[in-house]
Design a protein around this ligand. Structure first.
Ligand code: SF4
Length: 217
């Protein structure tokens, strides 16, 4: 998928309108980037929709403008292929009075390692600094949550067409152990799941206990 990627959103009265979604690691953006996005969207008559995925969908764009828009934004698309890690969402942990660990760094480590990586099916990772799990972490394919006693890791959540609450795979882990467990779960998922199989469906097929056994570190 090229740099000029855009998704066809709507055809109205014969006019085709596209949307783009620039990658914003963890949903943290500088004022300068935000100003640049605002100016570019204004110039090309776009509409900004703030999504649940902690990023901007910029829609109402013309196909012929997509190349210039990407060049002016100087950003990467958040999604380059469907069956991949689409995003690593994280709460503001280190800036929140309730956090038990500054999981922003945990989330950024996961984002650096897994953003855009190929998976059997679309995959979202969520990271939260306490058990409030802001950002609906238990509905993500992989969830990492800090607690007073250590990290919890969950897998198989989905908030989509077939909603599914994730399975708790392990708790009371160190950050390092939690990251190693995520690595192992992804390895198992990549090796053993069918193409197009969501992680939750894979866990249902093989059984949560078997998945835990395969993933144990
Ligand atoms: S999950 Fe906890 S630490 Fe993160 S924003 Fe919510 S309340 Fe704060």
């Amino acid at each position: 998928m090229g740099k000029h990627y855009g998704n066809l959103q709507k055809v109205k009265n014969g006019r085709r309108r596209y949307a783009i979604t620039p990658y914003i690691p963890g949903g943290f953006i500088t004022a300068e980037q935000l100003i640049k996005i605002g100016e570019t969207v204004k110039k090309y008559n776009g509409i900004i929709k703030i999504t649940s995925g902690q990023r901007f969908l910029i829609t109402n764009l013309k196909e012929e403008d997509l190349e210039s828009i990407w060049n002016e934004l100087d950003m990467e698309p958040a999604v380059k292929e469907q069956n991949s890690v689409k995003n690593v969402e994280m709460c503001p942990a280190g800036y929140c009075k309730r956090s038990k660990f500054n999981t922003i760094s945990t989330g950024m480590k996961l984002a650096r390692k897994y953003q855009w990586e190929s998976m059997p099916c679309r995959t979202k990772i969520g990271v939260a600094g306490c058990r409030n799990a802001c950002g609906s972490v238990y509905s993500k394919d992989i969830g990492v949550i800090a607690d007073v006693t250590g990290f919890r890791v969950a897998a198989g959540g989905s908030s989509g067409f077939h909603p599914r609450e994730s399975n708790l795979i392990a708790e009371n882990l160190t950050e390092k152990q939690a990251l190693m467990l995520v690595d192992k779960m992804i390895e198992v998922y990549r090796e053993k799941a069918e193409p197009g199989e969501k992680l939750g469906d894979f866990i249902d097929r093989i059984g949560a206990q078997t998945f835990k056994k395969y993933s144990c570190i």
